[in-house]
Design a protein around this ligand. Sequence first.
Ligand code: PMP
Length: 405
Amino acid sequence: PGAFNVEAVRRDFPQLHREVNGRPLVWLDNGATTLKPRQVVEAVAEHYSMGTSNVHRGAHSLAKQATQVYEEGRQAAADLLGTPDQGEIVFVRGTTEAVNLVAQSWGRANLGVGDEVLVSAAEHHSNLVPWQLIAAERRARIRPIPLLPDGRLDQDAYRDLLGSRTKLVALTHASNVLGTVPPVAEMTALAHRYGAKVLVDGAQAVSHFPVDVTALDADFYAFSGHKIFAPTGIGVLFGKRELLEAMPPWQGGGNMIDSVSFEETTYAPVPHRLEAGTGHIAGVAGLRAALHYLAGLDREAATAYEEQLTTYAMGALATVPGLQLIGNAPGKIGVLTFLLAGTDPIALARALDQQGIAVRAGHHCAQPALASFGLQSAVRASLALYNTVQDVDALVAALHDLQAR
Ligand code: PMP
């Protein structure tokens, strides 16, 4: 639909055209990681084959060129998230490292005895465990925001939990198990009334719909490159400038200093102050290519396409006897987690793999979210903008088949 041409996009992703177990690959594991367009693969290869150099130091031409690519990657991330200020974009390894950075730096400086961190029950472990670690150290408290039966966050419970002790709210922008997209802007506005900060985990959001951290008024926003068509090992932490500037460095080393002596060391301005050591330069080159690729698509049309495909998939899955879909909040992204009566999730994923269909089975690093539904394990098919009705049909036909055996 619209200006989105899925066939043209599919041609850019070589891995979509391979076979697995003798069958054409049907990649429905996008929640775990997305495939890469050739533009990203070429950008990484170009860096290593012709552009290898460190950044920010040395006056030679290749250092300048690498630095330019690096800073264009930062600009592309700022554009993706809707901030005009590149200083608010910190490169990290991924969402996990972004949250750990905030917990270890901001958290250690701002959490005290009896303070509270509200963490939604839909969070990935990476937006829970870092808070547990720092809360234990600071003797602060973690309080869960519970889920409703359809996978939405319980907003009444949230309002009751907020209070003068609330210092931070850790909130996913899209759940990797339920697909739920919470009302982040409203929840953030509420948190701000109590003076609490909000960290939004955008790992599952950024590839599916346009994000604007300014409109959300998010204090921190994290995502991983590998879930938005870029390489592994590179990710982004957005933080409001005044917060980043007030945060103590979390790792020390090269790149993050202004001047160093045994008597006194002073630090570089943000974002470099929070980026100790040589960064993942090739990863940034790949991230830059991925974000430029995405910027070249009609994002509104891509989102509309994914929404239609998700609705189609939910309808098609509902025709499979004994299939139970977990999470059907309105406006959810294409994360389809389900159980098939009488079938172990891992065995089911293996049977699908025999037919070239890649899905994930297990706890999806979100044990509290599954526990909210009385579950320990489930199967997850997760869509990206290059998936098609044919992919969904292949999954559904295979499930019908398995159920009939
Ligand atoms: N948050 C969410 C919602 C995720 O889906 C994931 C990855 N499954 C992460 C955080 C962690 O991302 P990474 O492992 O890339 O740091």
